[in-house]
Design a protein around this ligand. Structure first.
Ligand code: ASP
Ligand code: MG
Length: 467
């Protein structure tokens, strides 16, 4: 089999983690699989690089020096704990030290001019992945495997120059990655690609968005036409509900890409939505695997899952800490431009809208907004709309949650919404707003935050999702 294996920051948090990754990969390698590995930065390193970049932008040279010393030490220590062979250890520690020297020079350069551009910021924040890949190379070599660390750009991933959230140019990328990685893999060498980073056609380093290593795994998988992408996680797999809330939550064996995307959107993000979107397009199956229990089959995410009779709902999810904003005014009736305007105002403020619903009387539009942006959203809407006469007031209600029922089997199955409402009524839970996407993959309700756990448990029971 041809496999891509993706390891996140938690799996490479320290030397022990790196070694564990080696053990997992070794098993598949022995079995005769051709493997490409994608790695994230060590746990929390990307956040610390983002901070260091902005400190440098403010000219704080001492801070930068201390930071890079610590980062060097953390990676050298991980090497020491994970690599036994002296020669390999020296080689990799040398790579770590010189990569960190490079980072120090760049940060000091930024601090010297006191200016951080989007381009130099992307260069800095990609260092976490650039450091993790050689450490894994050393571990694999130490365990007797042939391995080669590559940056995303070296692997062949080309993007536009939208720094911070660069878009891969897939035609060129798939061709180049296949050309670059194919021969290495056929020779039995394991390419270890730094996730998250790529480069423009002019070889300028870019990043593809926070949490982007999953996306890198999809891009690599699509390019080398891998049979599966295995994403190794500190969870068992995708669950029918958050196990912290629902004691008898069960692992989902198999789920479709659109369903997994709904789950990601409604608070249960296991794999980055961009990675899922890319995998769906290239019909590339994903599998979530447990780091703690590598022999478990995990959950698969595939293009299509046969819906079994009666199996309408796959999972219940919830997003806590939501505010509800209602824009009301009788003269809104029949004014089609207003909803567009409301959304534009929020987009301009960079505010994420989780859910929208408009009553058919058109007297109000209700929007669910993450708590952090609630009052900012209310202010922006009031400032722009209150003078317009169409709008009478902009209200806000806080301490709410969204509870969503997700499943492809709901499509065309009448009565699911009625069942959801009946369950809520039985539990005496008041529903503040409701929305169903036209995809019919989810029904979401807004309720008081204090009722969320009760609602999730009741729905989970009613749809018989538990073990
Ligand atoms: N290290 C990057 C981040 O923290 C990418 C990733 O981990 O997926 O956003
Ligand atoms: Mg992630």
């Amino acid at each position: 089999m041809r496999l891509v294996m993706k390891f996140g920051g938690v799996s490479v948090a320290d030397g022990k983690g790196f070694r564990k990754v080696g053990t997992i990969v070794h098993k598949y390698h022995e079995r005769g699989d051709q493997i490409a590995v994608v790695t994230s930065a060590m746990h929390s390193v990307t956040n610390s690089l983002i901070d260091a970049a902005s400190q440098a932008g403010r000219g704080r040279k001492d801070h930068v020096r201390r930071y890079v010393d610590d980062l060097t030490e953390r990676h050298r220590k991980a090497c020491e704990d994970a690599i036994e062979n002296r020669e390999i250890l020296d080689k990799i520690q040398h790579v770590v030290t010189s990569t960190c020297d490079d980072l120090r020079n760049i940060l000091l350069g930024i601090a010297h001019i006191g200016e951080l551009t989007p381009r130099s910021r992307d260069y800095v924040i990609g260092f976490g992945e650039r450091l993790a890949a050689p450490v894994l190379q050393g571990v694999f070599e130490d365990m007797g495997m042939k391995a080669k660390a590559l940056t995303g750009g070296e692997a062949g991933i080309v993007t536009d120059d939208n720094f911070g959230a660069a878009q891969p140019l897939m035609n060129m990328t798939t061709l180049q990655v296949r050309q670059n990685l194919g021969p290495i893999m056929e020779d039995g060498t394991i390419p270890i690609v730094s996730g998250f980073i790529a480069q423009t056609q002019e070889s300028i380093q870019t990043t593809i968005g926070r949490g982007g290593s999953d996306y890198t795994a999809s891009i690599i998988g699509a390019s080398i036409r891998s049979d599966e992408v295995l994403v190794w996680k500190d969870v068992d797999g995708l669950m029918t509900a958050n196990p912290k809330i629902v004691k008898n939550a069960k692992m989902i064996d198999s789920i479709s890409f659109p369903e997994a995307m709904e789950l990601a959107h409604f608070g249960a993000e296991i794999i980055h939505p961009k990675a899922l979107e890319c995998a769906a397009k290239y019909q590339l199956p994903f599998r979530v695997k447990s780091l703690a229990d590598p022999d478990r089959p995990g959950s698969t995410i595939v293009s299509e899952v046969k819906v079994k009779d009666g199996d309408v709902v796959k999972a219940i999810t919830n997003i806590d800490d939501v505010d509800l904003i209602t824009v009301c005014g009788a003269s809104m009736v029949g004014t089609p431009r207003l909803p567009a305007k409301v959304l534009q105002i929020l987009t301009d403020e960079d505010i994420d809208v989780l859910m929208i619903s408009q009553s058919s009387s058109e007297e109000s539009i209700t929007l669910a907004i993450p708590k952090e942006s609630g009052s900012r959203a209310q202010n922006a809407l009031e400032l722009s709309l209150l003078g317009s006469k169409q709008v009478r007031e902009v209200n806000i209600e806080t301490a709410l949650s969204i509870v969503a029922v997700v499943g492809a089997g709901m499509k065309g199955t009448p009565g699911v919404a009625a069942r959801v409402f009946a369950t809520m009524a039985k539990e005496n839970i008041n529903i503040r707003a409701i929305a169903q996407g036209s995809s019919e993959l989810n029904i979401s309700c807004i309720i008081k935050k204090k009722d969320a756990a009760k609602a999730v448990n009741a729905l989970h029971d009613d749809f018989e999702l538990g073990v």
